[in-house]
Design a protein around this ligand. Structure first.
Ligand SMILES: Nc1ncnc2c1ncn2[C@@H]1O[C@H](COP(=O)(O)OP(=O)(O)OP(=O)(O)O)[C@@H](O)[C@H]1O
Ligand SMILES: [Mg+2]
Length: 240
């Protein structure tokens, strides 16, 4: 695989929590993600999925090991540099959407752009509207978040995660709070974004249907990668 295709690489990542009582949440993970991959991260509760996702997303630092993003070792970066790299490269979707409920769908999607660029410009509104339309929310653009259904709120959160054109979106149980129908709509929206924009996704999920709809499934057990497969053709995924 050409290096330019490698988006993210984890090398011997270990994470322990606590000092007197030590919990080892991640026990040595090597992983490579390429541009445009659409990957599920599965495994039993407590196996370390969220911990690993937060480390890959530069929200947390590993106790041991390194994370490389677009060929750059993130280990020596200070917090400001990590924040900048995160904003330029990564998007996040969480189980609960964390929208600002008093603001409209449009405003919620514009917020990352406003905070990045300092002041409002017409293109920001156009961009946010375009993303909301792509998420099937054209008629909900002016609605306040509080007046949207759970599935609609989560689709606004997806649009917000895409506002900065991330190369990779990290999603932690994005459909975990939704009923089957809304969950499936959100998942289809992610697939469409992948198809249209080439955005890579790493999606933590307990839903076997969603995992089966991904191109690659990384399965964790007890802090380690137990399997890394491509369900469509059964080939092992790229490791190390
Ligand atoms: N801040 C923390 N302090 C101490 N231990 C933690 C902390 N965060 C997670 N852990 C522990 O690390 C292990 C992995 O937790 P993690 O949240 O990564 O699991 P998970 O796979 O995301 O689980 P779930 O599917 O329930 O969300 C668990 O044993 C958990 O109790
Ligand atoms: Mg979790």
């Amino acid at each position: 695989m050409a290096d330019a295709e490698v988006l993210l690489r984890a090398d011997g990542v270990v994470k322990t929590y606590g000092e007197r009582v030590v919990t080892t949440a991640v026990r040595g993970v090597d992983l490579t993600f390429s541009r445009g991959e659409f990957c599920a991260l599965t495994g039993p509760s407590g196996c370390g999925k969220t911990t690993l996702l937060n480390i890959l997303g530069l929200l947390d630092r590993p106790t041991e090991g390194r994370v490389w993003i677009e060929g750059r070792d993130t280990t020596p970066l200070d917090d400001d540099e990590r924040t900048r790299l995160r904003a330029e490269t990564l998007g996040f979707i969480f189980q609960s959407h964390h929208l600002l409920m008093a603001f409209t769908a449009l405003e919620n999607v514009m917020i990352p752009l406003l905070s990045r660029h300092g002041r409002r410009a017409p293109w920001m509104r156009e961009k946010a509207e375009g993303l909301l339309e792509q998420m099937g929310l054209a008629d909900r653009i002016p609605y306040r978040a509080t007046d949207l259904s759970g599935g609609e709120q989560q689709r606004v959160a997806v649009a917000r995660a895409l506002a900065m054109d991330p190369a990779l979106v990290l999603a932690d149980e994005p459909t975990g709070n939704l009923d089957t129908e809304s969950g499936s709509q959100v998942f289809q929206a992610l697939r469409e974004i992948r198809r249209e924009r080439g955005t890579a996704f790493l999606i933590v999920t307990h839903d076997q249907g969603i995992a089966a709809g991904c191109d690659r499934v990384v399965h964790m057990v007890d802090g380690r990668i137990a399997a890394d497969t491509r369900p469509t053709d059964g080939r092992p995924g790229s490791r190390g």
